[in-house]
Design a protein. Structure first.
Length: 742
């Protein structure tokens, strides 16, 4: 045994072996699980579910059966994966908000558009829908090829006959290894019209096809707001995206007010999450035009949006919702499918329709040949019956007297084994003149049918006519389902919603911004005496400033970043607020250094930003504003250096003092103005770091504050030197903390 195992060992490169096995796994995932077949639009698990239900005779006209029974059959005979995967696929086939044309009818709880889970498989029941029967039509007439199942004990179809273009009708979503597919649902009536047009005009271009198929038709309705060119590009390349908005109406109220009623939401959006996110944004003051949102949905969607006031423009209100919530979504289109040869490929709309048409030709050929074979077998038997009726007495005599009547009959009239067996099985009561007439009529009818079928196989034009009739019949069948037949998604071209500054809709009111030493930030209405402000135990004041609700708070942190917060979005009320570390998502080793109030018109105000190593530069206040939640890196630092201060430029001179108690004074115009960077050296240190800076004019002179007293420094000119020097020791009486103000 050891010798045999050694003989099987093969030396290969590990990289190649790993690559080959990963490729094998990837292709298995693509072909066996994730991508739909272009001919029937189904993934393997879905195809197996429908075929298993068909074999179990769970038909539309019959009773429903337990979902668990279906799942067990599919899992046991065709799909050796987890029962959850099978049941989830079965549930999707039932859900009308996922499937444009549901393929399975369900009884019980199969989930909701709110995102609720379906009940367990043991509680729900299912049966095939009439739509599914059209996919299975001719399944046992050699219409499609079969292959062994995973263990060779059963046969399963490679693809379903699919009498309508299900790939485009119901769409498909799937993620494989290294590739994905996303095909949106369409209207079957429009698809059938396009197929018939393509049969009549094989060279039709995309404009011709789009005169029949203007765009997707989604199960949940909504409005497509992209221009025709955008949809055309997606159809032409097989890739793109389409913007879909909710459908809404404005309901006028007594007293001159109004409310907005949303009746349809975009495809694949969970209603509960949509409302939850909108409510969160409302509480976070991100939707200043919206006063309230309520869900009054029952069977139909009914979401009520209440504006802040009757003066709010409803279109502007909806624009803010489209920009910030899933009331508008962008649906991806990536028409990546398995072609009839089993190769993954991104196809255009016309290529998909032509693949479907070709499959209809193939199925027509297969079913026609199957019928011809059936007719030939029946004609063989009927030929034998005709001989019997022509020699009835002789046949009866042979049966009564011969030791082996079967062999005798075959020898005397040259009949086949099948013919003779059929003759011997004839009942005596059928041997009457009327039965002979019926047999001869059937014989002639089958000969005529066989001739017609052979003529059909020999004429492409007749085949096209037959397929057109099949498609027309499908179209008629769907038109009888009123709820499914009509288009649900309409079109209304609308531009992309641009950023709408929410502060433009904020009432300008006086407020006080409060931040504690431990970083808890909040706003209070009006101008508040800082001594009256309460803090948590062990905490105290760090920053307090009067401001307006339309202002912004600029937060400087020790890593040199600046963050921007809208005053009107900060927590307000009687509480202690929220920690900045949470609002800004700060790292544990990063602390808040300074807070500035930014008002409109202050963009060009000059500020100095400086680090502990004594480097800094001037910057316009407008350049401190961060456009994203992650902040803006203004002051570049490295090592143990930290951003230290940001001060407004209020004079012609700047005084810089280090914790080594050395002071240097120079003119402000020696400093560069930058938008970000490391800056230049303000003061040089052998040992020590920057402690503080002060700006002053020549007329006012330099001063510092100790407690409530202000001390004027008359001899400040003696400390004037070039920027970047170490400076002289501070004069007598300078604060011990080396700060210009306590």
């Amino acid at each position: 045994m050891a010798q045999k195992m050694t003989d099987k060992i093969e030396s290969v490169q590990f990289r190649k072996a790993l690559g080959d096995r990963y490729l094998s796994y990837a292709m298995s995932t693509i072909v066996s699980r994730s991508l739909p077949d272009v001919r029937d639009g189904l993934k393997p698990v879905t195809r197996r579910i429908l075929y298993a239900m068909h074999e179990m005779k769970i038909m539309p006209s019959g009773a429903t059966k337990k979902s668990a029974r279906v799942v067990g059959s599919v899992q046991g005979m065709y799909h050796p994966h987890g029962d959850k995967a099978v049941y989830d696929a079965l549930v999707r086939l039932v859900q009308p908000f996922v499937m444009r044309y549901p393929l399975v009818k369900g009884q019980g709880n199969f989930g909701s558009i709110d995102g609720d889970e379906a009940a367990a498989a043991r509680y729900t029941e299912v049966k095939l829908s009439t739509n599914a029967l059209m996919l299975l039509e001719g399944i046992h007439e050699n219409a499609v090829a079969f292959r062994p199942n995973y263990d060779g004990s059963e046969q399963e179809p490679v693809v379903l006959p699919a009498a309508f273009p299900n790939l485009l009708a119901n769409g498909a979503i799937g993620i494989a290894v290294g590739m994905a597919t996303s095909i949106l649902p369409h209207n079957v009536d429009e698809l059938c019209a396009a197929v018939i047009h393509l049969l009549d005009h094989p060279d039709a271009d995309l404009d011709d096809i789009m005169s029949h198929i203007p765009g997707p038709d989604l199960p949940t309705g909504g409005t497509i707001v992209d221009a025709t060119d955008v949809i055309k590009h997606a159809y032409n390349t097989g890739r793109g995206s389409i913007r879909v908005r909710c459908r809404y109406e404005i309901e006028q109220l007594k007293g001159g007010g109004y409310q907005i009623i949303v009746t349809e939401i975009p495809y694949l959006v969970q209603k509960s999450k949509l409302i939850e996110k909108t409510a969160d944004l409302l509480l976070a003051k991100k939707l200043p035009l919206l006063a309230d949102i309520q869900d009054e949905s029952a069977q139909d969607i009914r979401i009520i949006l209440t504006p802040k006031s009757r003066q709010v423009d409803p279109d502007l209100l909806m624009s803010t919702l489209f920009k910030n919530t899933d009331f508008e979504t962008r649906l991806s289109m990536n028409m990546n499918v398995l072609t009839s040869t089993g190769v993954p490929k991104v196809l255009s709309l016309i290529e998909i329709l032509k693949e479907f048409i070709q499959s209809r030709y193939d199925i027509l050929h297969a079913r026609t040949n199957y019928r011809i074979d059936k007719i030939a077998k029946r004609l063989e038997i009927l030929d034998g019956f005709i001989i019997v009726f022509a020699h009835i007495d002789e046949v009866i005599a042979i049966i009564r007297t011969a030791d082996d009547p079967k062999a005798e009959i075959m020898k005397k009239w040259g009949l086949s084994d099948i013919q003779t067996e059929a003759i011997l099985n004839i009942k005596l009561r059928t041997l009457q003149k009327l039965e002979e007439i019926a047999i001869r009529q059937e014989h002639q009818s089958l000969l005529d049918e066989k001739q017609d079928l052979e003529s059909l196989l020999g004429s492409k034009a007749k085949q096209t006519t037959a397929i057109k009739k099949q498609i027309s019949d499908v179209r008629k069948t769907f038109s009888q389902q009123k709820e499914l037949a009509l288009r649900r998604t309409n079109f209304k071209v609308a531009p992309e919603v641009t950023d709408i500054p929410t502060e433009a809709f904020v009432n300008k009111e006086a407020a006080t911004l409060i931040c504690s030493k431990k970083g808890w930030i909040r706003t209070l209405k009006g101008t508040v005496e800082t001594g009256e402000v309460k803090y948590k135990d062990g905490d105290k004041a760090f920053f307090a400033s009067a401001c307006m609700t339309t202002d912004k708070a600029l937060i400087m942190t020790s890593d040199g970043r600046f963050y921007t917060l809208n005053i009107h979005e900060l927590p307000s009320g009687r509480g202690f607020g929220e920690p900045l570390s949470v609002i800004l998502d700060l790292a544990a080793d990063v602390s808040v250094r300074q807070i500035l109030i930014y008002s409109e018109g202050q963009a060009q105000d000059k500020f100095l930003v400086a680090a502990s190593d004594g480097r800094g530069f001037l910057i316009n206040k407008g350049d401190l504003i961060a456009q994203t939640r992650n902040g803006r890196q203004v002051l570049n630092i490295s090592g143990e250096t930290q951003a230290l201060l940001c001060k407004a430029v209020t004079g012609d001179y700047i005084a810089v003092v280090g914790d080594n108690r050395r002071l240097v004074i120079f003119k402000v115009d020696e400093l560069p103005t930058m938008s970000k960077g490391r800056g230049i050296t303000l003061q040089k240190y052998r040992s020590g770091v920057l402690s503080d800076v002060a700006f002053f004019s020549e007329e006012e002179g330099l001063s510092w504050q100790i407690g409530k007293r202000t001390y004027q420094f008359e001899d400040w000119r003696e400390w004037i030197s070039k920027r970047g020097l170490a400076g002289r020791f501070v004069p007598a009486g300078f604060p011990r903390a080396t700060k210009f103000s306590s």
